[in-house]
Design a protein around this ligand. Structure first.
Ligand code: ACO
Length: 482
């Protein structure tokens, strides 16, 4: 029996993430410099939001180019042939076309090897589309529809806001994930909680602009209420799967969708309050939280005093279970659908594989509008995995250095690029004007857009492929017949 199959010989075992690649723009603006350029009080973005740098794309890049970049890099990094992929899904809320999917554009990467048998399309709901795409791919692989090949999921967005308080919570980036059996990061069966509801907290009704319509305060309360509800659902379902109650001490690392780092810090505190609400006896061990006696989850959403108390109380937990995962969020900003998976990349890049083996990651995904899920991933240290955890972590180890090697631009230059993007959004015909030297070598960029809105992409400086350090060692075989 192959290691990837169950005892019936049909269904794949240990389905999860085999490989992960992250792309972010080469240029960023400093949040400290933005504070002074925007004329807000010192510390508002750097302490109030806990943001350090914000990545952004010029008119040379769009959602399709960043997806082309990240998927082609994933293929090269793993020495993967597009023939090995039977499903490709894109999660994004950066919409260029009301009909044609980003996935269809990515099929250019499959054309040369003649693989047109690739299921999956785009999924959209704010920052949640990437998670929906991951779930779709896992469900496909664990179903009778599976044809034995691997799946690729791309979560990518360009997050830009109109000038004002939301603008420093922008960002841009893409994460491509290789999904398959016998993985080092396994989605634990039955351990998934979901909460979906209707709300107008953040949405994009104006199709002629990249900017969303945002009710800032409402996004925060919706995020936290959905956190409570998805954790509640997760705990209920996990009890069935685990045979015992779930609480935060059963999670070794806790990762959140990260609109800005302060939100993540508050969310961890909020999860502790959820545990206390379920097990009030916990208060005996934490007398500093006595003032929470009689308070409920619903009457404390947005209560700054309660938030501060819980943040203080979870400092040690933050340092141990969450801090490392905030690297990309702090330094790139909100990548919307890619945000949570950037947190995953951050953790894998910085935590030695030996300290991850056998550990459980608790993951919270939130998309306005709204859709939210909490799920868990088990880090498997099996030496015969299709890609080992050591190889996966090693493949991401250059991430902190890559973040440091970006180019800083002034707030004025950043603002000029934002204005250009807004002015030229959907312009056709259009020849982008930004110098391609602002891109990393090996990046796809828009060469031109013709009068029928057809976009032509090229790759900047293909010698950049050499920097990808060969293939991640793997045992990714394609079953007979494919
Ligand atoms: N020094 C230190 N802290 C400061 C300073 C300062 N000089 N000035 C303000 N702050 C603190 C505030 O006290 C507040 O912290 P607190 O919430 O812990 O009390 C924080 O900075 C934010 O300041 P506010 O004035 O409350 O909020 P602001 O008007 O800056 O807006 C918001 C923040 C709502 C997040 C805005 O940036 C926004 O709308 N962003 C987009 C929506 C978003 O990201 N929502 C999150 C979930 S949905 C999603 O992912 C898209």
């Amino acid at each position: 029996m192959a290691a990837a199959e169950d005892s019936s010989g049909h269904w794949p075992r240990n389905v999860g993430i085999l490989g992960l690649e992250i792309y972010f723009p080469r240029q960023y603006v400093s949040q400290e410099e933005l504070e002074s350029a925007d004329g807000v009080s010192t510390g508002k973005y750097t302490i109030g939001l806990e943001q350090c740098k914000m990545g952004f794309c010029s008119d040379r890049e769009d959602i399709q180019s960043i997806c082309l970049t990240v998927v082609s890099t994933l293929f090269r990094r793993y020495g993967l042939s597009p023939n090995q992929v039977g499903r490709l899904e894109v999660g994004t809320e950066t919409i260029l076309d009301k009909s044609k999917s980003v996935k269809s554009v990515l099929m250019q990467l499959f054309a040369e090897c003649g693989n047109h048998s690739v299921e999956g399309l785009d999924t959209t709901n704010a920052c949640y589309g990437g998670t929906a795409a991951v779930f779709n791919s896992i469900n496909w692989m664990e179903s009778s529809s599976w044809d034995g090949r691997l799946a690729v999921v791309v979560a990518a967005d360009i997050a830009v806001y109109a000038a004002g308080p939301a603008r420093p919570t922008g960002g841009a980036g893409a994460v491509a994930m290789l999904i398959g059996p016998n993985a080092p990061l396994v989605f634990e069966r039955g351990m998934r909680g979901t909460y979906m509801a209707h709300s107008y907290d953040f949405y994009k009704p104006n199709l002629s602009s990249e900017y969303p319509t945002v009710d800032g305060a409402k996004t925060l309360s919706c995020y936290l209420e959905a956190l409570d509800k998805s954790y509640e659902d997760f705990c209920k379902k996990s009890k069935h799967a685990l045979g015992e109650e779930f609480s935060l001490d059963k999670a070794d690392f806790i990762l959140f969708h990260s609109p800005f780092t302060k939100m993540v810090r508050k969310s961890l505190g909020r999860l502790l309050f959820n545990d206390i609400a379920r097990f009030p006896e916990m208060l005996e061990r934490q007398p500093e939280l006595q003032s929470l006696v009689g308070r409920t989850l619903s009457d404390t959403v947005g209560d700054r005093t309660v938030e501060q108390l819980l943040v203080k109380s979870t400092t040690a937990m933050w340092n141990e279970k969450t801090e490392l995962s905030t690297l990309t969020g702090r330094n790139i900003g909100n990548m919307y659908t890619a945000s949570l998976y950037g947190c995953l990349a951050s953790l894998l890049a910085q935590k030695p594989a030996g300290e991850l083996k056998g550990r459980r990651l608790l993951m919270y995904s939130y998309g306005s509008g709204l859709a939210a899920s909490m799920f868990s991933i088990q880090c498997r240290g099996a030496p015969d995995a299709a890609v080992t955890l050591d190889a996966l972590c090693e493949s991401l180890s250059a991430l902190p250095k890559r973040l440091l090697s970006r180019e800083r631009v002034t707030p004025e230059q950043y603002r000029a690029v934002m204005d250009l993007r807004q002015e030229k959004h959907h312009a056709a015909p259009y020849e982008p004007v930004t110098d391609v030297a602002t891109l990393w070598p090996g990046t796809y960029y828009i060469e031109s857009i013709d009068d029928m809105h057809r976009r032509v992409y090229s790759v900047h400086d293909k010698s950049g492929f050499k920097g990808e350090q060969g293939h991640v060692p793997n045992n990714l075989t394609v079953p007979n017949g494919h």
